[in-house]
Design a protein around this ligand. Structure first.
Ligand code: TYM
Length: 321
């Protein structure tokens, strides 16, 4: 059982990233997985190099602070095999299937769209297939990409001989899609501007977290009930409360007769969940040498695992290098 997953440093990480991904990585038992900051993925749209460096470091620290096993965290661009295998998979993928990717349909298709926005699902497939992943723990928005990785593995194997393990998607049991507090029908998205008050950031202070939750959009009927169609705001709060406390969201509704109490308990639960991570983050931020050592250990382990599979794929495809 090998788990692989990445986080793109395209913004300051959100509670959605923690619940849908980071927390689940830390809960994985068995063999340590491969968890990386997907910095190459952050270049598919216009980006500021200085900001990318800062966000990469912050994201790496948050992965470490969330309790990943030692040696399991690294930075994608430090392991060149990702980009090398991505090219082989671009030579396996079809234009038709890449054109159907939701992200490309939403953000791409213009003359000045970066070519990488079109091809990056192949990079993501490489991220997964390089390590022989059997599990890919991700939030609900990544299903289509993991499906493509599966298709490319099957096609490559059928064309060139058995090379890749076909990975399974590991869907989140809870909080697979945490909603934005101001627009609860949209996902809480780290790429929103820093000041967006619908996005709870993993490093927001307890005061800021509380304020954002207390201002969350609800509705005017005043009844605390779990119903995503007619009450998306209240339902999102119940889902967040449930994911933070382990309570069942539908049953949790029965404990509340006012939105104010629901918001207060949700805010307390979010703060209680994130505070220990924030403390570990601060301790790591004060010890940059230790962080460098941990990331170097992660890089070495990842590079060691990736090299033989890349070599096998190259030779299967007839490359002599
Ligand atoms: P990214 O950086 O957008 O998101 C990182 C992880 O967080 C999950 N997530 C959420 N879960 C619940 N609710 C939300 N509101 C929410 N927002 C984000 C995402 O599903 C994801 O698991 N392309 C990927 C990164 C990547 C990757 C990979 C993932 C690169 N290579 C290989 C898995 C395997 C991305 O941009 O995720």
């Amino acid at each position: 059982m090998t788990a692989v997953s990445g986080i793109t440093p395209s913004g300051r990480l959100s509670l959605g990233n923690y619940l849908g991904a980071l927390r689940r990585f830390a809960e994985d038992d068995g063999e340590p997985g491969f968890y990386f900051v997907a910095d190459l993925h952050a270049m598919t749209t216009g980006h500021d190099p200085g900001q990318l460096g800062r966000l990469t470091r912050e994201t790496a620290l948050l992965l470490l602070a969330s309790g990943m096993p030692e040696g399991s965290v690294f930075i994608q661009s430090a392991v060149p095999a990702h980009a090398q295998l991505a090219y082989l998979l671009e030579c396996t993928a079809y234009i038709g299937e890449l054109s159907r990717m939701v992200q490309y349909k939403q953000k791409g298709g213009r003359p000045m769209t970066r070519a990488s926005l079109f091809t990056y699902p192949c990079l993501m497939a490489a991220d997964i297939l390089l390590y022989g992943a059997t599990r890919v723990p991700v939030g609900g928005d990544q299903d289509q990409h993991v499906e493509l990785a599966r298709d490319l593995a099957v096609r490559f194997n059928a064309t060139y001989g058995q090379t890749f393990i076909v990975p399974e998607l590991a869907r989140a049991q809870a909080a697979g899609r945490v909603g934005d507090l101001q627009t609860p029908t949209a996902k809480m998205n780290k790429s929103e501007p820093d000041q967006a008050c619908g996005v709870l950031r993993m490093l927001d202070s307890p005061d800021v977290l509380r304020r954002k939750v207390m201002r969350a959009v609800t509705d005017s009927d005043g009844e605390v009930r779990h119903d995503g169609d007619t009450k998306p705001g209240v339902t999102n709060l119940l889902e967040i409360l449930g994911a933070c406390t382990g309570m069942e969201p539908v049953a949790a509704a029965a404990h509340y007769s006012s939105y104010g109490d629901l918001k207060k308990d949700t805010a307390d639960a979010v703060v209680a969940l994130l505070e220990p991570v924030q403390q570990r983050y601060r301790a790591l931020a004060d010890d940059p040498k230790r962080v460098d050592e941990l990331l170097e250990a992660g890089r070495q382990r990842a590079a060691g695992f990736a090299a033989p599979r890349l070599a096998r794929a190259m030779s299967a495809a007839g490359l002599m290098g």
